[in-house]
Design a protein around this ligand. Sequence first.
Ligand code: FMN
Length: 177
Amino acid sequence: MKTLVVYSSRTGNTKKVAEAVFESLPEPKELFAAADAPDPEGYDFIALGYWVDKGTADAGAAGYMKRVKGKKIGLFGTLGAYPDSDHARQCKEKVRDLVSGNEILGEFLCQGRVDPELIKLMETKMKDDPHHSMTPERRARHEEAAKHPDETDLAEARKMFARLAVLAAEEGQPCAG
Ligand SMILES: Cc1cc2nc3c(=O)[nH]c(=O)nc-3n(C[C@H](O)[C@H](O)[C@H](O)COP(=O)(O)O)c2cc1C
């Protein structure tokens, strides 16, 4: 089974998760940033990583996702919101839509530190915008996000993708007897 990991990452959070996912997978395997990734044909299992941008996968990841059809895939991503929030659930749904036509074996999503430049913008230029202005609740969420992805997140990602690789390989085998 040939495995491919493709990710998009602006500030490094999703790259960290991609590297953990990659470590957990059996050989033969390859790891690429979406901009440099090869054609998905020729791979049996593809792990696709994105960061959440305005409620869905970022454009770099989404562009590659469109090229993937009829494959066994695993999704992983990072976002500023809490992974158990409604927002996170809605993001996952949107990403699932982007990869329709593939068999999703599993999904992983964890928080990732929000770019301090964006936080600064929220505190200044967006301060009168109710959707983005800095509130105590939003500040607490950003403080928590700043600790992620942490070792626990990376261990979970490794564990999940090791399992997905086994699933992908098993399903690919013809029935014995
Ligand atoms: C322009 C921009 C838009 C973002 N939009 C969202 C969003 O809609 N929801 C969310 O939970 N996080 C959002 N985030 C936070 C990122 O998804 C999060 O920090 C992520 O871990 C960044 O990943 P990266 O380091 O791999 O680029 C946004 C961040 C930026 C910079």
